[in-house]
Each structure stands twice: as C-alpha cells, then as structure tokens.
Design a protein around this ligand. Structure first.
Ligand code: TNX
Length: 516
C-alpha cells in the first residue's frame, strides 16, 4: 500500500474495490469536516462525485470516540468503504489515507483522461498518531511567502498528517502580520531595500526591494483553511531579539540611549543581530497591543514568543535597561529577559493561552506554564521536560530543513551540515535519558525551515521535500529506535510517494540529486 506515514496496523486481503462514479457519502455526526474535504478536494481531483443514489455504493464516515484522539479505522470491502475516526480529526486522517490508497492521480487538481475507474485495495487499517504536535515551521519573515503559498503548504501538510503550522512571522529582516494600531510595522517593517545573496561571508547584495505582508483577513483565511484540515496555526512574534524590522518602523522600541535607532533599516543580511528591543515598560505595552490584535486572529492555545538569540550588549550599556533591572530586581540581563518572558507567560495565561518559546527562555528561569521548542540540540528540551514543562523537540542538527541535503557542486547554497532524508528518518524526538514520566512532556516534534537563502517557493520546496515526509513518519508512526529503523522499507514506500508529490506539483529534491 506504500502508505506514508506508515500505519500502525494494516491488512490487505487481496483484490480491489471499485469506488464507482458516484458513491454517496453517509456522514455521521462529527464527521462533517472530512466529508467537506472529500467534496471540495477529493471530488475535483478524481472526478468522483460523492452524491450517488441512496441504494448505490457508499462511503461511510463516522466518529466512534472509543478509538481515541486522532485515531481512525479504515475498512474497504467489495461492498463499500468505511472511515471511522476517534474524533473529527481522525476521520479526516482516514480520508488522507484513502487518498493515498486511490493512487498518485488522486493528488492532482483535476483527473487525467482515463483516470477512472478509481479503485481501492480491499483492506482493514487501524492507525493512530504517536504525537499530537506534528509540526512544520515556516519562516515567512526572511523571505515572504505569498498567502497562496502558505495555503498550499497547508494542503501538503494535511497529506502528510501534520497538524501544527508554526508561522515565524517577524524577524530582523521583515515584519509580516498587519497590526491595525501600528501600521508602520508592515508599511516600513515589511520591506527591505536589498538582500544579501548567499552565505554570511558573501559580499553580494541583490540591490532590489523585497517584502510583503498578510492582512488580518489573510491570516484569518489561513487559520480557517488550516482548521478545515485539522491543522492549528501557531503564530510567532519573536522578542526581544530578532526584532530590527519592528525597530526600523518604530525606533523607540530599540535601545535609543545606546544606538541611533532612528537610523536602523530593516536588516538586509543574516546572523545574530545586536539591535534588540529595549526592555522597557513602553516596549511591553506595545507588544501587549500587538498580541491583543493577534489573539483575535489566532484562536489556538499556543502563542510563540521567540526568545532566541538575544545578545545582551546593548542592555549592558543602556542606563534605561539597567534601571529596569534594578526596578524589577532581575539581577542581570538574563534575569531581565526571563522577567520579560514571565510577564508574557502570565499575560497569555490570563487570556486562556499558553506561551511557547525557543529554548533560550530557560535561561534565567522559565516561566511557569511555558512550553519550549528545543532547537539547540536536546539539552534544553531535556531540562525543560525534567522541570515539568512541555517540549516540542526540533534539534537543529536533525530537523532544520534549511541545512543542505548533499555536498555536490549543483546543490543550492550549502547551509551548515549535510542532513539527508535518511538522517531525518532516523531522528528520535524522545531522548533515551528521559524517564517515562518525563517523556510524557515531549508533546511532539516539528521540522523548521529558515528562509535566509530560500528566496522562492521553489527553493523552499527543494529544502522541505522529501525530508518533511520523513519527519511526518517520525511524528505519526510508532517506529523502533533509530538504529533499528527499516530505512529500505521507507525508501521503497517513498518510490510511490514521489509520484504523489509529482502530482501535487512539489519541486522536491529528487533522490539522485538536483534536477539538471
Ligand atoms: C538560528 S533556530 C535561528 C534562526 C536562524 C537559524 C538558521 C532559531 C530559534 N534561531 O534565526 O534562521 O538559526 O539555521
């Protein structure tokens, strides 16, 4: 059946069942979401209308809570198809499996001539995810991804049973979400005049403007499109580092007593940047106002507040920052960052939300309800889990999809170390050193794609696929420890999966290397 991600249990009886031109959908309570997706996505892809006669063949969609969260059972008999989910999401994941069973052609936007009749193998599948946070982080700050591109990634995620889109919305090089109260964030902070080409040591700039933003309606549309695919969008507003685009728009947000913040442009090159936010009361109020608008747009529980790579030199030199350290009794600069994160942890908790941040938020003491994205390896995640905090494991050495996939001269800009499809397949999100109780705090995993040198949707596709398919299997399937993973089996299933990606129009890295 060549399913990706691999299912928990699947039995093939032999023989195929024909779907027919017009099976009717029999939709039980709670299964309407999957039914809507079948009518709006699967029907145009296959030409199969799901509006057949009452006595004709049927596809049954139902919820049976006994199966459990996100779990499903899919049975195909010569007489019909039955998709049962433990919840609405489970039925939807069953529909995704059904699409794979129909064949690569079912991943197109319209059927090829002669594609019908569509058939399914007679089978019985029981499946459920290992983690409920199966994520993909897309950096739309370094290079803007137009809205349609984001929607397309949501479709690709759904096909891989991924359910969290972490949108890195702001950074030194760009501010993307419209904030009504502070229009300069996107008007000024959304554009840079030029961009450094290639790696840090490159002396070249492209000498043309780059930018873009999402209106709040665009973001609401992204959230709704994601929700229709049982995907939650986790927005990230990165503070107090990675904030120069905001400072370019509103210079008072920077450490104006140390540097001429009015002269700071939206950053046009890459790396860790010393121009960070001023840790003042006024900055805190500003970001509370920003978050207030965004909480209305993003209904999910988690809000990502960044917290990574905040050099403290300006705070050390700034009388205003030092006064704030004294006022708060924060001790030192790390304590001040910690106090800032604690403030937003409480602020979000008061509004029924939870804070998540990069593992630097552990420094100086972690806010009580905060969750951690462990990126600098496993250590931050291990420490956080031991202290009872929830963790999303995304160590850069394993699942940073901007890292290069091979060493050949034809590869795109060679970021960091080589990480192959097999390396990602052998990634284990739960370190063996955690006890079972501690491991419960690893709520999931995600792959991150940073877009400093990924300047087009094609370049992003090349970096992300096929490796995100391996991450999806790691996040969904119950796999043995890394050394015992059946890589040849995965590779063989990928043979079919490439045909699905082709039908979807994904410009993945072919197994043999870059296309000529
Ligand atoms: C570190 S990962 C960063 C990003 C860069 C990335 C490049 C993280 C939280 N911060 O700002 O884009 O490295 O791989």
């Amino acid at each position: 059946m060549d399913l990706i991600p691999r299912v928990r249990r699947g039995q093939v009886a032999g023989g195929r069942a024909e779907l027919g031109a017009g099976p009717r959908l029999v939709v039980g309570a709670g299964a309407e979401g999957a039914a809507r997706w079948m009518r709006t996505v699967l029907a145009p892809a296959t030409g199969v209308e799901f509006d057949g006669e009452p006595d004709g063949p049927a596809v049954h969609l139902a919820v049976d809570e006994a199966l459990g969260r996100e779990a499903y059972r899919l049975t195909v008999t010569p007489g019909g198809v039955r998709l049962t989910g433990g919840d609405a999401a489970g039925v939807f994941w069953a529909a995704q499996t059904m699409r794979q069973l129909l064949g690569p052609g079912a991943f197109r936007k319209a059927p090829l001539p002669g594609a019908a009749p569509w058939t399914l193998p007679v089978c019985d599948i029981e499946d459920r995810p290992r983690f409920h946070w199966r994520g993909f982080m897309l950096d739309v700050a370094r290079h803007f991804m137009p809205k349609d591109g984001v929607l397309r990634h949501l479709d690709l995620m759904a096909a891989h049973k991924l359910n969290v889109l972490h949108l890195h919305l702001t950074d030194d090089q760009g501010w993307r979400p419209e904030i009504a109260r502070y229009p300069r964030l996107t008007e000024v902070g959304g554009w840079r005049h030029r961009t450094k080409v290639g790696l840090r040591e490159s002396p070249l700039w492209d000498e043309r403007p780059h930018g873009g933003c999402y209106s709040q309606d665009d973001l609401r549309e992204i959230v709704a499109y994601a929700a229709a695919r049982f995907i939650t969008v986790v927005p990230e507003i990165d503070i107090p580092g990675h904030s120069q685009a905001a400072i370019a728009a509103y210079p008072e947000l920077g450490n104006a007593d140390v540097v001429d913040t009015a002269a700071l442009p939206v950053l046009d090159h890459w790396g860790v940047n010393p121009n960070v936010l001023a840790p003042t009361e006024a900055t805190v109020r500003f970001y509370e106002n920003v978050l207030t608008e965004l909480l209305d747009v993003f209904p999910g529980t988690f809000f990502h507040i960044g917290g990574d790579e905040c050099p403290k030199e300006q705070w050390r030199a700034s009388p205003a920052a030092q006064a704030r350290i004294a006022e708060l009794g924060a001790g030192d600069e790390d304590g001040l960052q910690s106090a800032l994160i604690r403030h937003f942890d409480r602020w979000l908790a008061d509004r029924g939300r939870r804070l998540i941040g990069w593992d630097e938020i552990l420094e100086g003491g972690l806010a009580q309800g905060a969750a951690v994205s462990s990126w600098r390896g496993y250590a931050g995640g291990v420490a956080a889990a031991r202290a009872g905090h929830d963790v999303v494991m995304c160590p850069q050495s394993q699942v940073y999809l901007d890292w290069r996939q091979a060493d050949g001269p034809d590869e795109p800009v060679p970021i960091s170390h080589v990480r192959t499809l097999e390396d990602v397949y052998r990634f284990e999100p739960v370190p063996a050193e955690l006890t079972a109780a501690e491991a419960e705090h690893v709520i999931g995993t995600q792959a991150n794609v940073w877009t400093e040198v990924l300047d087009s949707p094609r370049a992003v596709d090349y970096a992300v696929y096929p490796r995100l398919a391996a991450l999806a299997e790691v996040a969904w399937s119950q796999l043995p420890p890394p050394a015992e993973r059946d890589w040849p089996d995965f590779e063989a299933r990928m043979g079919t999966h490439y045909a699905r990606l082709d039908a979807l129009g994904v410009e993945y890295r072919p197994p043999g290397g870059p296309r000529p």
